[in-house]
Design a protein around this ligand. Structure first.
Ligand code: FE
Ligand code: ZN
Length: 506
């Protein structure tokens, strides 16, 4: 009989190093450059991959156990939400516009992040890096799945949820986050991790998740709050990975600094533009508001972001280009985009509405220098048109920015009454931009951005050929049902009827 020898228990650090560093080996019959062909062409120089401190330090075994426990709790709450008609506990049916936007625009971003991290987990040659990216990849697919499951219950009762995957690929406003992730995924591995791991997860994530999750909590949406909690502990790891990748690149070689700075400039601007959708959500779509977009930008952008870039100054990093322009724009962008979403809401898979007097009083208070002066008069005019029976619909197609893919609805820095528009001629074609920031991104890599897939021209392309009805079918939009003003919609009628029934039976 063999002797059973009890092995001494290893500490978490030793187990981790057994898990990671020892997985790597020196290849003997293939050149390293052939196995990892993508880590050089961006120009980033790495001398010692072992210097990458993996902030996750989780064994696969511990990871599965930990995540499985969270899943159990998550699905228990989601089941209870479905069984107890949780969809009636929300403040008002208008709130669902925020959640439809999230499902169509943000959850597919989680899935894109999953694909991207899986890819760079293969492309990076450091073992610690590979393991960290693999775990983040798994986190991201879990986020996509838990979000889709959490929101699927609303799909049983309300319109606008049914075709989120087609909406993600084809409708116009989803092209903003989709093109953001496509841009990152078609960059090299170091640019991807700077874009998603650092600019998005570290610098900007609080401006996305905090508003949506606290908006959900304020408006009685337990399903969304639950996936928010379930994702939160992952986010802490993702943020650490994002910061680590920046420090690693900057510490490995001084030649990396200008490349990293260029990416920070680009991804800060792209991220800020994408978050304009969140700004419109915070200021206009929540029946019970949390804070204004301007306040959120002040806390999470100016203060937290400012502190971060101060800290990174020791590496020679400066605040991203466009920082001051972005800070000033926080006064305006949510109103400018919402006015757009309202006038094109026959082409959205969610409802919009004209802010009430009460809503506008809140906006005046939150934007004392700008709302009454520039935006209230426009809403008043739109209201008059609606009252006269001729609601404002803009049947013209928006000029899209070739970089951020938002309609070019923004104004000149320092002059909120002048529309901002930039043009570039490149190889005989004219390209349009919403800002200097977006134009400069194009100019850095024109060969890349001339390939942008822009959603508006699809109305005239195969299979729609200019037929709006066909286009609606193609994007998964049921006209008169999923789109248009909330007032008079089926969602409004259903919500009011069910609420009445609920309080009558209570
Ligand atoms: Fe995520
Ligand atoms: Zn733009």
């Amino acid at each position: 009989m063999d002797m059973q020898v009890k092995q001494p228990k290893l500490g978490i650090k030793e187990r981790y190093s057994l898990l990671t560093r020892d997985l790597g080996w020196e290849p003997s019959y293939q050149a390293k450059e052939k196995i990892f062909p993508y880590t050089h062409y961006e120009g980033i120089k790495i001398h010692d991959w072992d210097k990458w401190e993996d902030p996750f330090r989780l064994t696969m075994d511990a990871y599965w156990k930990y995540q499985a426990e969270k899943e159990r709790k998550f699905y228990a709450i989601i089941d209870a939400h479905a069984q107890n008609n949780g969809h009636l506990n929300i403040t008002d049916g208008r709130y669902l516009t925020a959640i439809k936007l999230f499902l169509q625009a943000i959850s597919p971003g989680e899935y894109a992040a999953h694909k991207g991290f899986a890819r760079i987990g293969r492309e990076f040659e450091g073992v610690g890096t590979q393991v960290a990216c693999q775990m983040q990849s798994l986190d991201e697919i879990r986020h996509a799945q838990t979000q889709i499951h959490a929101m699927s219950n609303y799909n049983k009762f309300y319109n606008g949820f049914h075709s989120f995957a087609d909406a993600r690929d084809r409708i116009w406003y989803t092209s903003v986050p989709r093109s953001f992730f496509d841009d990152a995924m078609s960059g090299g591995p170091f640019e991807f991790i700077t874009a998603i791991g650092f600019a998005f997860e570290y610098v900007l994530t609080n401006l996305l998740f905090v508003p949506f999750m606290s908006g959900a909590a304020y408006n009685g949406d337990m399903a969304t709050v639950t996936f928010g909690f379930s994702a939160q502990s992952d986010e802490a790891r993702h943020m650490t990975l994002g910061l680590e990748c920046i420090k690693f690149m900057l510490e490995q070689d001084p030649d990396n600094l200008p490349i990293v700075q260029k990416w920070l400039d680009k991804w800060f601007w792209r991220g800020m533009r994408m978050l304009t959708l969140v700004g419109a959500m915070m200021d206009y779509m929540l029946p019970k508001r949390v804070m204004s977009w301007k306040e959120a930008w002040q806390v999470y952008g100016v203060e937290n972001g400012g502190a971060l870039f101060n800290d990174l100054a020791r590496y020679g990093v400066r605040v991203p280009k466009g920082w001051d322009v972005a800070n000033e724009a926080a006064e305006h962008v949510s109103h400018q985009l919402m006015l757009g979403l309202y006038q094109w809401c026959f082409g959205t898979s969610f409802h919009a509405w004209i802010p009430s007097e009460e809503d506008m009083a809140w906006l005046s208070e939150k934007y004392p220098d700008t709302f009454d002066r520039y935006y209230r008069p426009r809403w008043d005019h739109i209201r008059k048109m609606a009252e006269a029976g001729t609601p404002y619909q803009n049947l013209g197609l928006a000029q899209l920015c070739n970089t951020c893919q938002l309609p070019a609805v923004f104004t000149e820095p320092g002059d909120p009454t002048t529309h901002c528009h930039r043009e570039v001629e490149f190889e005989g074609e004219t390209y349009h931009f919403c800002s200097d920031g977006c134009r400069d991104i194009f100019l850095e890599e024109p060969q890349k951005y001339v390939q942008s897939w822009l959603p508006m021209p699809q109305l005239f392309a195969e299979p729609n050929f200019g037929d709006v009805g066909k286009w609606m079918e193609w994007v998964g939009l049921k006209p008169g049902v999923d789109n248009g003003d909330y007032h008079g919609s089926q969602d409004e009628a259903s919500f009011e009827a069910w609420k009445k029934h609920q309080s009558a039976t209570a």
